[in-house]
Design a protein around this ligand. Structure first.
Ligand code: ZN
Length: 306
């Protein structure tokens, strides 16, 4: 920062002030004492005047030096990036109201945060797992890779879902198309659970898991996309399903993503009949083993995860 050069200027200005005071004092001492010379009056006067001239030009030199330093110091205070808050530094009681130092600290911190966040953002834009395409100066080459899985025609979605429906015997998937929305899948897994999977093209946007016997329609007969399950176990499954949705997200291979998700969801057929593989118990905190590992589909309680 420019603090160092400012200090140097102040130091130089201080010594210039001392010099100026010394030369002024010299002039006044000279005026007071006169010239101690025993030569004739004319020479004495001449010496006095020439000495005075010399003293005055010294004062002039010192003064212009100080002036120069002051103007350069002025230039710096003009460019304090904190605007009027920079004036807080003029507070003479720094010990009692350390506002200025605190302000400098927070200023430093915020610029650090800015640096780190810009680094993080540049790293995140390289992450292929992002769900939305942000046009932040992407090159033409990368723009070609823009995922289009959110804009898949509906007959293609229907065909893919029909394939998924045939994937497992004890899992059925039906497609609904409520007004103003994309496809909404109603998935039942065995006689265990019923899930609402909201799609945008082939991207999974939202999942709600409810019990098999819970009502998944609103009073007016429309599919209920929002109300969470009454039961804690299915609320937990909803959380896990949202995590799975993000985990399996593959913008360039949406078919594989949705298939992996459905395979993972299907593993819950045994939700109430398989004990935890870690602790061997069925219940923990009155909940069955609600966690299925994303890769191995290993069955554990949420608390027994590692
Ligand atoms: Zn367990």
């Amino acid at each position: 920062m420019a603090d160092g050069s400012n200090l140097d200027t102040i130091n130089a200005a201080l010594s210039a002030t001392q010099k100026l005071r010394a030369s002024v004092t010299r002039v006044f001492t000279h005026l007071k004492d006169g010239v101690k010379s025993t030569k004739g009056e004319v020479t004495k006067e001449g010496v006095f005047v020439s000495e005075l001239k010399k003293g005055l030009s010294g004062v002039n030199d010192d003064f212009s030096e100080l002036e120069k330093l002051t103007s350069s110091l002025q230039k710096f205070t003009d460019t304090i990036p904190m605007g009027n808050s920079g004036l807080l530094s003029l507070d003479p009681v720094q010990d009692k109201t350390p506002l200025y130092t605190q302000l400098l600290q927070s200023y430093k911190w915020s610029s650090k945060v800015q640096t780190h966040s810009s680094l993080a953002s540049s790293m995140l834009t390289q992450n292929s797992l992002k769900r939305t395409t942000v046009a932040t100066g992407l090159s033409a080459k990368r723009k070609k890779l823009t995922p289009t899985s959110h804009a898949v025609p509906s007959h293609l979605v229907d065909a893919i879902v029909a394939n998924l429906d045939r994937l497992f015997n004890d899992m059925s998937i039906t497609v609904n198309r409520p007004k103003g929305a994309g496809a909404v899948l109603q998935v039942t897994v065995g006689r265990t659970l019923s899930a609402i999977v909201v799609l945008r093209g082939l991207l999974i946007e939202r999942v709600v898991v409810r019990g098999y016997h819970e009502n998944s329609h609103k009073d007016d007969g429309q599919l209920d996309l929002w109300t969470p399950s009454r039961y804690q176990v299915f609320q937990k499954l909803t959380d896990h399903a949202m995590a799975a949705m993000l985990h399996y997200h593959l913008p360039h291979l949406p078919e594989i993503a949705i298939k992996s998700f459905m395979t993972w969801l299907h593993s819950y057929t045994t939700l109430f009949s398989t004990p935890c593989h870690r602790c061997g118990k069925y219940l923990n905190n009155n909940l069955p083993p609600t966690w299925r590992d994303f890769r191995t589909l290993d069955v554990t309680h949420d608390n027994c995860r590692q």
